[in-house]
Design a protein around this ligand. Sequence first.
Ligand code: V55
Ligand code: FE
Length: 487
Amino acid sequence: MTTFPHTIHFTGLNTPVRTETSIRNLPVIGTLPPEISGAFYRAVPDPAHAPMHDDDIVLSGDGMISRFRFENGHVDYDIRYVETERYKLEQQARRALFGRYRNPFTDDASVAGKDRTVANTTPVWHAGHLFMTKEDGLAYEIDPETLATIGRFDFYGALKSETFTAHPRVDPATGEMFFFGYEASGLGSRDIAYGIADKTGKLVSEQWFEAPYCASVHDFAITEHYAIFPIFPTTTDLARMQAGGAHWAHQQDLESWVGIMPRYGKVEQMRWFKGPVGVSAFHIVNAFDDELGTHLDLCLTDTNAFAFMREAGGIHRQPWDIQGALTRWTFNLADAADTFEERPIGPPGDLPRLRDADQGRPYRFAFYCSMNPQGGPPLPGGPVGAAFNALIRIEPGNGRVEMMGLPPEMAVSEPVHVESAKDGHDGWLLAVVDRRTADEAFESELWVIDAGNIAAGAVARVPVPVRMRAQVHGAWVSDAQLAAQAS
Ligand code: V55
Ligand code: FE
């Protein structure tokens, strides 16, 4: 098969681009704030080959590492494939050899036992190294300058877990990276590895614990004192996978759980709190401790946001019928009860972004993607098939919500936050904005937005003269961070 299926996963903003390119000196409309100097790395799934199965999905797409480089008032653009073992095997064969999403029982026999990950979810910067991550395997290290793939990263042989999350958390004060890997000992296992790498990148701790059931665990959180593992009822079944079926199926009647342990403690100290049935969250904005307790702010929905995970569980709901809110769960760890409090703190949405310096701390503001009530029907594209068309700024301390709502036929990807050196300035956001110009024609721009005044829209726009496929997550790496890597 050499043609792509005509499904939401391969059309609209999800149309495969499959092009590695480098463009210097992109045009700039407006004025770039000179203090924005560094690299905006983006993870873009883009299938190099037509899939083996017509029901394949965006999340299977080969990872591409993309970069907007801001330097002396110029902006450069590069995008390259992550040369995973899977990518190289398929390049050689000139066709897809790996089958359905996270189901090795559907692969071509020639690739049995090979690394299936596509490293397509989050660019991660830690201790002067750049990685591309996906939760089903280990990270791949990337050269931050050339974007060449260095190889699979196992902490220099030290990591025992077979997997590494796409959402590690870096403590801004200590420089440590806290992370986990689930299905740590293989498909369908309940083992979760909890790890800490010190500020030099050395693995200093890896402990394993068992989840209440084998769930899709996309994100976790740290505070200054705790590590927090939310478990939502999207579960796996080895027999179903062996029969060629889905890795994940959401279970609307099963309870959720939250495991909390001291972040430098022993996994035996984990306390499990019982959460609502059927709910789901992929991304956590932040967590922190204060005099009221330990707070977990998450993008919560009343079922799984991915249609393919709902449908495998026999749940048939239209996307617009899914309820959700930015939600705060508050735990009283001084109390012995296994319950917690819940309250909404913002409109529904996902893809949250926090100042790096606020990680695990009380925070004044954060951002995430949402839907503009005046934005018309969403553009087809992105991992769930409908692109966001609004950016939200939330101040959880006072409930203030601001929005950058896009007009119809436009979409916004997850932003990154760039710190400002000016006192009292909230910094800048960078985000890719797409516009549909004809039925299947799209144009993309990188927008620079004042983080303190998002409703004003872009202060500068950088049109990109090539097609761009929808991104998942991104990372901003400042010049200072890049320089530390070079030395
Ligand atoms: C997510 C993304 C993934 C994945 C599982 O954002 C979950 C959620 C891009 O790949 O494999
Ligand atoms: Fe994610």
